[in-house]
Design a protein around this ligand. Structure first.
Ligand code: CA
Ligand code: CA
Length: 441
């Protein structure tokens, strides 16, 4: 209760007025999350020095009432209700609120609860553990992918940047699972499939979720939630998954990016070293959609720490934590062979090895550790040399040190992924209208 008092007294109304009123209602009436979401202005009788609230109970049909008499609470309620847009037809009490203004848009129930606790704890303490508590309903101190479903579903249903998706319900779950896979890719640094409280603390996840409330253009939120990024990932998968059963096999993945990847690396991707052991049997050699999301993110941004780990795992054939000369040669052999087939002059392995060791500068001579690659700024060149012919030949034609990096409008350096997604989205939009368009779902 002390925390609540502190929040109501100290948090600025400009930013937190909505959450203050949610809190007052929630605490005074011991209201549940769905009750808070559904409560309407008609449920509140306002006699200016007392508020009488009727809570309709959908389960028992017996309404209950409670009153609010604290003058400070009533003052906050009046301040909030005065901001309500005049033209609003929706009767819900809690509408989208941003910088002192109220908008005619409802808020999803999970968002209500998460943001409310988050804003409260940003003036109190530890949003990460509250976040986990809310999403798991207090059952666990880590998050599984399913725990995020209601939250992201709320975003689909209520974010103004996604209203055009309302009818395309088939798309909802694809979007939800893409966002969740991206969250795990970035936040679950331990690869355990369980996001822990410290992992949330170290990540930008809660900040990004809060940005959703302030930013109406979902594509500006390139972390996790961008619709354009989702669209690119899903279209890339759709192209490969010819029978559209949401699984792809080795043959399908071979066609990715015009057969850019070597057979040996594809075998490794399917071999279980970068998937989380959800295989039903050893013969079940298929990648799920979520596994493809991880693949594509790793393939298109080889500087990302998860990507470096992803490809390191693939190349470390014996799993001893080092890339040996033998392992490097195994992958380079196929690259050389492919180049010979198309009549390109090849660099002997010894020379290639010299170049690579010069670039990576491993601490222990003769073998490369994950930490060596994490330090190296040129991991895209390193990995592509061993298993992506297209990109390897691309790098060869460019001066690696002259590569100009793009910046976004705020002067932030764009990641390789952001640049790729933006380019691909433009291409996809340009060729829109094709028969195999997943939009036609
Ligand atoms: Ca398939
Ligand atoms: Ca090894």
């Amino acid at each position: 209760m002390e925390q609540i008092k502190l929040f109501l007294e100290n948090a600025e109304d400009e930013k937190y007025l909505l959450w203050k009123v949610v809190l007052i209602m929630g605490v005074s009436g011991a209201m549940r999350r769905d009750e808070l979401t559904k409560i309407t202005v008609d449920n509140i009788q306002d006699t200016s020095n007392i508020l009488i609230i009727t809570v309709p109970d959908t389960k028992t049909d017996i309404n209950r009432t409670f009153t609010i008499t604290n003058p400070d609470y009533i003052r906050l309620y009046h301040k909030y209700i005065a901001l309500r847009p005049k033209y609003v037809t929706c009767h819900r009490l809690f509408l989208r609120y941003k910088q002192g203004r109220c908008y005619a848009q409802v808020i999803g129930s999970t968002i209500i609860i998460v943001l409310f606790f988050y804003s409260m704890s940003s003036s109190c303490h530890d949003g990460a553990s509250r976040f986990v508590y809310i999403l798991t309903r207090g059952r666990r101190n880590w998050l599984a992918p399913e725990d995020f479903i209601p939250l992201v579903q709320d975003v689909v249903e209520t974010h103004p940047g996604l209203t055009f998706l309302k009818e395309a319900t088939e798309f909802h779950s694809r979007y939800v699972h893409t966002v969740i896979a991206r969250i795990f890719y970035n936040v679950n640094r331990s690869w355990s499939g369980k996001i822990t409280i410290p992992e949330i603390r170290r990540s930008n996840l809660l900040n990004v979720i809060q940005m959703l409330e302030d930013e109406e253009d979902i594509n500006q939120i390139t972390q996790y939630f961008s619709y354009e990024h989702f669209y690119v990932i899903y279209c890339k998968f759709w192209e490969l998954d010819r029978d559209h059963d949401l699984f792809i096999d080795k043959q399908d993945l071979t066609r990715h990016n015009d057969h850019a990847l070597s057979k040996r690396i594809i075998d490794r991707i399917f071999g279980g070293c970068v998937t989380r052991g959800q295989r039903k049997s050893l013969h079940d050699e298929k990648l799920s959609y979520c596994e493809f999301v991880w693949f594509l993110l790793s393939e298109e941004d080889k500087r990302h720490p998860t990507a470096v780990e992803y490809w390191f795992r693939c190349m470390d054939l014996d799993g001893d934590g080092y890339l040996s000369m033998y392992e490097l040669e195994y992958f380079y052999e196929e690259q050389m062979h492919r180049m010979e087939l198309i009549g390109i002059e090849t660099l002997p392995f010894e020379d290639c090895l010299c170049q690579m060791l010069d670039m990576v500068k491993p601490k222990i001579t003769g073998k490369i550790a994950l930490s060596d690659l994490k330090r190296c700024k040129m991991t895209p060149i390193f990995f592509d040399t061993f298993f992506n012919l297209e990109k390897y030949l691309d790098h060869e034609q460019r001066d690696p040190f002259a590569s100009q990096r793009d910046h976004d409008i705020d002067g932030q350096e764009l990641s390789d992924w952001d640049r790729y997604a933006a380019e691909e989205y433009e291409l996809l939009v340009a060729e829109e209208g094709g028969n195999d368009d997943p939009n036609s779902l």
